[in-house]
Design a protein around this ligand. Structure first.
Ligand SMILES: [Zn+2]
Length: 60
């Protein structure tokens, strides 16, 4: 993955980023363990969300 994108919050990805990094996006989104409380996006990498919250907290 693009190093710049990896350090970039997933919440801030633009349409172009999604287009160019579709596979990476799917990789990040699959098996999501966290979600962003602010933007309601999900990710398996905590660092890619601006306000990450653990998903399993919602299950209980
Ligand atoms: Zn966010």
């Amino acid at each position: 993955m693009d190093k710049k994108l990896k350090s970039k919050s997933l919440c801030k990805w633009k349409k172009e980023d999604v287009k160019q990094n579709g596979e990476e996006l799917i990789d990040i989104l699959s098996h999501s363990k966290f979600f962003c409380e602010k933007c309601l996006r999900s990710s398996r990498l905590k660092g890619t969300l601006c306000k990450p919250e653990k998903l399993d907290r919602m299950v209980e």
